[in-house]
Design a protein around this ligand. Structure first.
Ligand code: GAL
Length: 719
């Protein structure tokens, strides 16, 4: 009897312990937290997550301007449960549905059929989830987005796993005899493992995939708005350069007539680097304030490279020590930047030694990986946050605190960072890396637009002048037009046989500034990514590529993912379609979405909803403009217009459809736009009864920024 009782007691406590660990929340219930944005909480989420690390400040006003939508999925199709300290999530996928995102991938755009472990790292050549910004956000071409607000290493089965009870379970086939047998049978779900006892989930409504991305970006606070000079041309000088060499370099740009808005100093400006002292080197930079003043007088801003690992010779080493983790990186201590005191110590150093005297921004290196030099997952941090959480958020934290530093001074910054994550859309930082595949750099540019991050296909060295020019042509159509000459000392004129063409493109970048600046304003105010993939473009149909194979692609999403994706052409803003060529190519195919498209350079009709072949010659990168496209441009200039300086506008118009464009303007350098100090002007092109086109532009509202000088029009497509 006693034994029976004891057994019962053991069974009872065993069941109790299981129940207390495992929360079965099959169909979570959703709360609308902003128009078109729903949230649920599963289990007990970690205290530190992506949104609270980024300190998001949702743009509720902009979100409420978007059309109201109902919950975009069937609630019963979403399942979540906490099991033995892990959270398992399941989201539905329909036949024909394609998904995009999961951060900064380099080789693929379509993500259905992938298994990823989202993990901040330097990209290592495989799209396996280890990347600079493994943002746990995906969008579907059915027009919704899903975000998992967790700072853990998430495992994602993006349409690979098949459940026994799946309503769409594939029929098992006999491999002996059936040619249709597939090693990856059809799956109707995205399943995600969160290695924590709970998480928040957000769902973003469409109706289009682009709308879902807009809502995600707006919920994250809106995309960043760089200062105008940030959109000019930038050169990063070699390591160990001295202040005199930097001044000479800037003079060379001016003499040769190449535009230049900011110079980046690489390792060498600090007294020690890898680990860093975060303090000027007195021999190479004996008088930083005078040096910075001299540069600013030449119209050149300065950006400083750094990594966050603190040398024992740094002036902040001692103060920081109590707030550092158990492990070092290159012998430097790792600040636990989730602790406010640690943030303050770092900011005081950057603020007093650099920002106060006029440094305009940072390049925050090495906050991503590789594993072999970063702190391991067994490291311990004084806040109690895990090494994994620190790894997933370090780039976000560094962006957040440096952005705040500039915000407090009411000066905008625009810099570079090698790691980011969910919620980071509003930070004025562009991601870069050491990987250097031109083709994959373009795919990354496309993928950045699905994930609320910016990416630059930076130019370093090149083997041939052809490669050099091809790379220069693409970096011009990216968030940061940059040469990173830290190791090989290249200059825009390094290949004399294409110097003229490189200069033309550098100047084109400057001319496009009013358009690019406006497209960034739309990123900020409307959430629309300024650089994005074709799959987000109305009228785009990747079926045009299905001619390649006759198999039933909708039954085989894996083959579809590879065959149908377009990863070598993209949109720059509302109207420009850019189709780069790579070394060795003299012609390429361009998929034009439905509607009439025109050649950017000549205004000639190029095609309508079809695949065209172009042979542009080395001197051109193919760029096409949508019918009715309005491209506001300024005159070629060596620097971005500074505060209060008026500039003339040439408005180019393409096609024959009536068109309109909203042109953005503000002081270009401060945060006064947050207090309403900005203007939108309406540009319109209308046609009269005889089809004659004419254009108008409204004035800036009274008392609002107005930097426009003379406005001229160029109707590009008049035959
Ligand atoms: C790399 C970085 C390069 C350059 C270099 C300087 O980590 O990606 O762009 O800054 O460090 O040592």
């Amino acid at each position: 009897m006693e034994l029976k009782k004891q057994l019962l007691l053991i069974c009872y406590s065993f069941i109790l312990s299981i129940l207390s660990q495992n929360i079965s929340a099959q169909n979570p219930s959703w709360m609308e937290v902003a128009p078109g944005v729903w949230k649920t909480v599963v289990g007990i989420p970690d205290k530190l997550d992506l949104f609270n690390t980024a300190g998001i400040n949702p743009s509720l006003e902009a979100l409420s301007k978007m059309k109201a939508e109902i919950f975009p999925l069937n609630e019963n199709d979403i399942a979540a449960e906490v099991l033995n300290g892990e959270t398992h999530l399941k989201f539905p996928l329909l036949k024909n549905e394609q998904i995009f995102g999961f951060g900064l991938n380099f080789k693929t755009v379509h993500q259905r059929g992938k298994i990823l472990q989202l993990h901040v790292d330097h990209y290592g050549g495989t799209d396996n989830g280890r990347t600079h910004a493994p943002v746990p956000f995906y969008v579907s071409d059915r027009g919704y987005g899903v975000f998992i607000n967790s700072a853990r290493y998430l495992t994602v089965y993006a349409g690979t796993a098949v459940r026994k009870d799946s309503p769409e379970a594939p029929e098992p086939l006999d491999r002996n005899t059936d040619k249709n047998w597939s090693s990856q049978p059809y799956s109707d779900a995205v399943e995600i493992k969160v290695p924590a006892a709970g998480t928040e989930i957000y769902i973003f409504a469409g109706p289009t995939a682009l709308d879902a991305i807009r809502r995600y970006n707006l919920y994250s606070g809106g995309g960043c708005l760089p200062p105008r000079w940030g959109l000019g041309f930038t050169q990063r000088v070699p390591t160990l350069y001295t202040s005199d060499q930097v001044i000479l370099e800037a003079k060379m740009f001016a003499e040769k007539g190449f535009p230049l808005d900011f110079i980046g100093l690489e390792p060498g400006w600090q007294s020690k680097s890898y680990p860093c002292t975060l303090e000027w080197d007195k021999t190479r930079y004996p008088d930083p304030p005078t040096f910075i003043k001299t540069m600013m007088e030449m119209g050149i801003h300065l950006n400083l490279w750094t990594n966050p690992y603190i040398s024992k010779d740094s002036p902040i080493f001692k103060a920081m020590l109590p707030y550092t983790g158990s492990h070092t990186v290159w012998g430097g201590v790792v600040a636990d930047l989730t602790i406010p005191e640690a943030q303050k110590i770092l900011l005081a150093q950057l603020g007093n030694s650099q920002v106060k005297i006029g440094i305009s921004g940072y390049k925050i290196d090495e906050c991503d990986g590789y594993d072999r030099w970063l702190w391991p997952d067994v490291a311990i941090f004084p806040s109690g946050n895990s090494a994994e959480q620190l790894r997933q958020t370090y780039g976000l934290l560094l962006q957040k605190i440096t952005t705040e530093l500039y915000h407090q001074k009411n000066i905008r910054t625009y810099g570079l960072v090698r790691a980011s994550n969910g919620g980071g859309s509003s930070f004025p930082y562009v991601i870069y890396n050491d990987y250097y595949s031109h083709e994959d750099f373009i795919t990354a540019l496309i993928n950045s637009g699905f994930s609320g991050v910016l990416w630059t296909p930076e130019v370093r060295g090149s083997k041939t002048s052809e490669e050099w020019l091809r790379r220069m042509q693409t970096v011009i159509f990216s968030p940061m037009a940059m040469i990173n000459a830290w190791s090989d000392g290249t200059k825009p004129w390094s290949f004399p046989d294409v110097e003229k063409e490189v200069k033309e493109y550098a100047m084109l970048r400057m001319q496009l500034m009013p358009y690019l600046y406006t497209e960034f304003a739309k990123y900020h105010f409307e959430g629309t990514p300024p650089f994005r993939g074709m799959n987000l473009e109305e009228g785009f149909d990747s079926k045009t590529k299905m001619e390649l194979k006759n198999e039933n692609l909708s039954d085989n999403p894996y083959a579809e993912a590879v065959l149908k994706e377009i990863k070598d052409q993209y949109m720059t803003g509302e109207y420009l379609l850019v189709a780069p060529l790579f070394t060795g190519q003299s012609s390429r195919k361009v998929v034009l979405p439905k509607g009439r498209w025109y050649d950017f350079y000549t205004g000639k009709f190029a095609g309508d909803g079809e695949v065209i072949k172009v042979t542009p010659g080395l001197s051109k990168i193919p760029v096409f403009v949508k019918d009715g496209g309005i491209i506001p441009m300024m005159m070629p200039a060596l620097h971005a217009p500074s505060v209060g300086v008026k500039f003339d506008l040439e408005i180019r118009y393409y096609g024959s459809k009536e068109g309109n464009y909203k042109l953005y303007d503000d002081d270009g350098e401060t945060f006064d736009y947050e207090k309403g100090m900005f203007s939108w002007r309406e540009i319109k092109v209308i046609s009269d009864k005889k089809g004659k086109l004419s254009g108008t532009i409204t004035k800036a509202e009274k008392g609002k920024p107005d930097n426009l000088g003379v406005v001229t029009w160029k109707f590009m497509s008049i035959e």
